[in-house]
Design a protein around this ligand. Structure first.
Ligand SMILES: [Zn+2]
Length: 559
């Protein structure tokens, strides 16, 4: 069969930014079935068109490879964006007073049958202009004692619960601090005051919230996918799969509710049986839904003051000026977990934000890699905010690849300076420039629903390092747009072992294509976050076309 009959779609007269170093620019792309078959100039490719070929004139618009989002959370998005009271401060919400937090919860309580859960998402005590502190059980009891109430901190690694919820969780003065967390106590007693710090403590209550039935869960999951799609994302990574959630994704795929390719990072409890054996390892699955890393945790959250640092936080915690956070997993246990995963062929993705947490992650990976001859494991460190220069050196040496949570610069940057770390350490959170200088390959992510999944906004943050308060945080760590684009396309794909299939526009790869209103490479830095997404193609199929779609994003930043 002559080649021209195989071409399904021919895109002509575009400004094609391929992210393929050997062929960085083109103006035409031909696709057949799910794949790209030719990339070049319209004059060469036009003759490939057959009678059945759909010819699309891009009219000079920019086509890039679909964005690869390295770290999001689907089911967690569902719970927060749909079922929780939005307690975020501007620009992602309106709660900038402690009294407003209580009012919003009270409104929900009035509409909620007694006994049902009230969940609030992502308050930030530093934004409260009237009373900048975390709510206690007593504050939440004023909202209601008839409903269990659970509110999460902006970091996701701290929370607070009312007396009803604590009772359901069996938490009282006899409850010891759990592994990977702590319970704040009333002064001079063992009585928990409702503030839960660290994942281990948060999970004691969070784990009690009833799961949705499948239909409701799938409807919500598909909305998270819709948000990704409308942001130009064609591949994502759900960075924490708890029991039941892989099944949900599988069901979503079967019902065609999963347009965006999804790689799942498994909780260790899902990845291994009680004897530590894995039934399958990274790479299992298909081109659309697959298993990626095992997700492990070195520490908590730096903005939540639970990230593990080598030097104290700027602001004392519970009166302790020497507070440095703590490990979520003791280093020797983390090392065992990494070894278990590594030796069976898994990639690991270790959550680590504070520099002591990052030390723990690097040490664990080093030990595992020294134990055998396995190379190119591409073990990941997630968030990696406080990475030091010597740690970048170690990452380069060991082939460790960080995924930086660049959204912290915009959304938390001012807090980092004023409350969390002080100017000097704040200036080098997500040290992208240093990473490039050390030859460390990295990606950047949104950690949605921490902040909306929006790679164009991530580009803006990588390039400008502007904070929501108008500061520039560490101008010496700014990178250029081309480098930033790599971190949300080809390098994010490489990090996930999918660079043979996605991440650039090259013959043989999937036709995962995003069409933009402007070229990021020539757009003024300040405007990068406002570039419109016109069309998104995944596996050769148009999954979003702004012209004909009435879809809108659900979780957005309005600034
Ligand atoms: Zn995450």
């Amino acid at each position: 069969m002559p080649v021209q009959h195989e071409i399904d779609t021919l895109y002509l007269h575009g400004n094609v930014v391929t992210m393929d170093e050997a062929n960085p620019r083109a103006d035409a792309v031909a696709t057949a079935g799910e794949r790209i078959v030719a990339v070049g100039q319209a004059s060469e490719l036009r003759e490939l068109a057959g009678p059945a070929t759909r010819v699309v004139d891009l009219g000079g618009r920019t086509m890039i490879p679909g964005f690869v989002e390295p770290h999001t959370h689907g089911p967690i998005y569902s719970q927060e964006v749909f079922d929780s009271v939005n307690l975020r401060c501007p620009p992602l919400g309106v709660v900038d007073r402690f009294s407003t937090l209580l009012e919003r919860l009270r409104e929900r309580a009035e509409q909620t049958p007694s006994g049902e859960w009230i969940i609030g998402a992502r308050f930030d005590e530093h934004s409260f202009t009237d009373d900048p502190r975390l709510p206690t059980r007593w504050d939440l009891d004023e909202v209601s004692t008839e409903h269990p109430i659970f509110v999460t901190h902006r970091s996701g690694h701290s929370a607070a619960a009312n007396s009803h919820a604590l009772r359901l969780a069996g938490i009282d003065e006899n409850t010891p601090d759990p592994r990977g967390g702590s319970l704040d106590r009333e002064a001079g007693s063992q009585e928990p005051n409702g503030i839960l710090r660290g994942k281990g403590a948060v999970f004691q209550v969070w784990g009690l919230i009833p799961e949705l039935d499948d239909d409701a869960a799938l409807a919500r999951l598909s909305i998270s996918q819709n948000d990704y799609l409308l942001s130009g994302i064609t591949s994502t990574h759900d960075a924490y799969i708890l029991p039941g959630w892989a099944r949900l994704y599988q069901k979503a795929l079967a019902r065609d509710l999963l347009p965006v390719r999804t790689t799942m990072f498994l909780d260790a409890g899902v990845a291994f049986n009680a004897n530590g054996q894995a039934s399958f390892v990274s790479g299992f699955g298909n081109d659309h839904l697959r298993i990626g890393a095992v997700k492990l945790f070195a520490d908590g959250s730096v903005p939540g003051f639970t990230g593990w640092l080598t030097e104290p936080y700027l602001t004392p915690v519970n009166g302790n000026a020497q507070h440095v956070g703590s490990p979520t997993t003791p280093p020797e246990v983390l090392a065992e977990q990494v070894l278990r995963a590594h030796s069976q062929g898994f990639q690991v993705a270790i959550h680590a934000g504070g520099d002591a947490g990052i030390d723990s992650a690097i040490d664990a990976i080093r030990k595992a890699q020294e134990s055998d001859g396995r190379t190119d494991a591409r073990h990941r460190i997630e968030h990696a905010h406080c990475t030091r220069e010597d740690q970048l050196e170690a990452m380069a040496e060991l082939g460790i690849t960080p995924s930086f949570f660049i959204g912290h610069v915009y959304y938390w940057g001012d807090r980092y300076v004023e409350h969390i770390l002080g100017q000097e350490r704040a200036d080098r959170i997500s040290p992208l420039r240093s990473a490039i200088e050390h030859g460390v390959r990295f990606s950047v992510h949104s950690d949605s629903p921490h902040v909306p999944a929006d790679p164009l906004r991530d580009l803006y943050s990588c390039v400008t390092r502007e904070t929501s308060g108008g500061r520039v945080l560490g101008a010496e760590q700014q990178i250029d747009v081309q480098q930033a684009l790599r971190a949300v396309t080809i390098d994010a794909a490489w990090q996930s072992f999918t660079e043979q299939d996605v991440g650039s526009i090259e013959p043989g790869k999937f036709a995962d294509l995003t069409i933009l209103d402007e070229d990021p490479l020539t757009t003024p830095a300040e405007q990068l976050r406002h570039i419109g997404v016109a069309e998104v193609v995944i596996g050769g199929q148009t999954r979003y076309d702004r012209e004909t779609s009435d879809k809108v994003k659900t979780f957005v930043d309005v600034s």
